[in-house]
Design a protein around this ligand. Structure first.
Ligand code: FES
Length: 165
């Protein structure tokens, strides 16, 4: 995330993203076990793993495309479709679960008309669940674009949605 404008790498123009990807691959050149970090950084650049980026990773790292796909699909952290402009993460860790995370999640699913793991048709929101985010004292917790909101109630999450275009 850029410190001056708050934009992420996913906001870069497409051709700059391609250049950035090649820089990432070059930076990991010859490194053992580099594929996962490269895929993580690719996802940071694009917000997900577009098909072309996977082909570029495979070509530049001299790994078969099927193998890159095999690794990427094995890990739940990788996405293959674009996310919404705002990513809501509902913590489902133990403390949050005990203090009503499921109710918060159900409220968001109902309000947004999507299930966890999905993106609204207008691409305004992607809804995800995560394990403990380390703010158990504030349970139940959600984050929107990595900003943490604690002590959530169903009413409060609805008010938070209005803050994000
Ligand atoms: S369980 Fe949710 S922040 Fe720890």
């Amino acid at each position: 995330m850029c410190k001056c404008c708050g934009k992420g790498q996913a906001d870069l123009p497409v051709d700059l993203k391609g250049l950035k990807l090649k820089e990432v691959i070059k930076a990991h050149n010859g490194e053992k076990g580099a594929l996962i970090p490269v895929l993580q950084e690719t996802q940071e650049i694009y917000g997900y793993l577009p098909e072309d980026s996977i082909k570029t990773v495979a070509r530049e790292m001299k790994i078969p495309v099927a193998e890159v796909y095999g690794v990427a699909t094995f890990y739940a952290q990788f996405r293959f479709v674009p996310t919404g402009r705002n990513i809501i993460r509902v913590c489902m860790g133990t403390a949050c679960h005990v203090r009503g995370a499921l109710k918060v999640l159900k409220t968001l699913e109902r309000e947004l008309g999507i299930k966890a793991g999905e993106t609204t048709a207008d691409r305004r929101f992607t809804l995800e669940t995560v394990a403990c985010v380390g703010a158990c004292g504030l349970a139940p917790v959600i984050s929107v674009n990595n900003k943490v909101f604690g002590n959530m109630t169903s009413q409060m999450v609805l008010e938070i949605l209005d803050k994000f275009e």
